[in-house]
Design a protein around this ligand. Sequence first.
Ligand SMILES: Cc1cc2nc3c(=O)[nH]c(=O)nc-3n(C[C@H](O)[C@H](O)[C@H](O)COP(=O)(O)OP(=O)(O)OC[C@H]3O[C@@H](n4cnc5c(N)ncnc54)[C@H](O)[C@@H]3O)c2cc1C
Length: 379
Amino acid sequence: MLRNHFETEHNLFRDAFRTFLDKEVVPHQEEWEEAGVVDRSVWRKAGEMGFLLPWAEEEYGGTGLKDFRYEQIMCEELAAINEPGFMIPLHSALCGPYIAEYGNAEQKARWLPGIIRGESILAVAMTEPSAGSDLAGMRTTAVDKGDHYVLNGSKVFISNGLLADLVIVAAKTDPSNKHAMGLFVVERGMPGFERGRNLKKLGMKSQDTAELFFNDVKVPKENLLGDAKGGFFYLMNMLAQERLTNACGAVAGAEAALQATIEYVKERKAFDRPVAHFQNTRFKLAEMRTQIDVAQVFTDRCVLDHNQKKLTAEVAAEAKLFTTELLCKVVDEGVQLHGGWGYMWEYPICRMYANARIQRIFAGTSEIMKEIISRGMKL
Ligand SMILES: Cc1cc2nc3c(=O)[nH]c(=O)nc-3n(C[C@H](O)[C@H](O)[C@H](O)COP(=O)(O)OP(=O)(O)OC[C@H]3O[C@@H](n4cnc5c(N)ncnc54)[C@H](O)[C@@H]3O)c2cc1C
């Protein structure tokens, strides 16, 4: 189905980003997968090309492109090459906005230029070993000591956990109020800030996912973003945009899985005919085609609504729920239509299957998405 919400400048941006990926990412994907982490240098190269935080103001080194369609294009192109480790959306559309939105002028001037150049890689640390969906149940604390806070606790499953130079850490600031939390920018090298091992995962193998530990970390007050008790609200506020990036990537990932499957079933023969000629195959592919088209239209509309600041938390949750469930269905059917070869790592569909599974869990599970959507129905 033809999409009609991109203009010439978006198509040019897509071409430039695709060229960049072909040159700087695709040749390294296997090596990064083996290493369990992408090379830092690719971040700097992306920064030089203006692909990091393109929405940021020019005074910080951004290009002022305040149009989510550019973020959407990057999510789509990364999904199209099935690269889960080079998380530009995490850096640009999730973490960077916390600093731009809640940081003061001094903090923005201090951090944004390095972030935009790809010299300072970002992560956000909310999840803890005993609290994921229930963010208010987190135990990490930040105690006010006058000119600084002292952070204690640990975080788990943190994307960019090893590479990150600046980690936005959520921590409780008032024992009498479980929703009072602050967002603290913890910098590489701060005494007491330590990282655990790179966690072994089902998929997303080129992405460094780590545990982080905070033992009496002295964080200067200059590193607190916004209000010391407003962090919970800030997180909730930003999660809608995060979920929209998930949706953009999920639809593109489903499209990539469909294309890989079409290519395969046309070549593969069984009972003297291409697998594509079985009615079951054609019907499965037709269902996928239809559902992806529907999901795409919905996601594109969400992007336009978001540009106008009209995307609600409920609709963003619908987008994440629908597209990530669809992605998992498509990769599963794709593996099925590949037969045993679909279970082999050397086939793209196998990696797509492994990479997709987390999409229904992180940034809020499908169950939490349903909670958010149903809350909006005032039942
Ligand atoms: C690869 C990877 C990368 C990640 N990256 C980050 C990151 O960068 N930063 C970060 O902070 N976190 C990150 N996470 C954490 C992720 O966001 C959490 O895993 C997720 O929010 C779920 O939390 P949990 O794992 O504690 O599961 P739990 O909250 O323990 O959930 C377990 C099950 O209970 C269900 N459940 C929980 N509450 C309810 C409810 N109210 N109603 C119905 N069902 C419910 C859940 O849906 C789920 O099925 C990452 C995780 C992974 C695996």
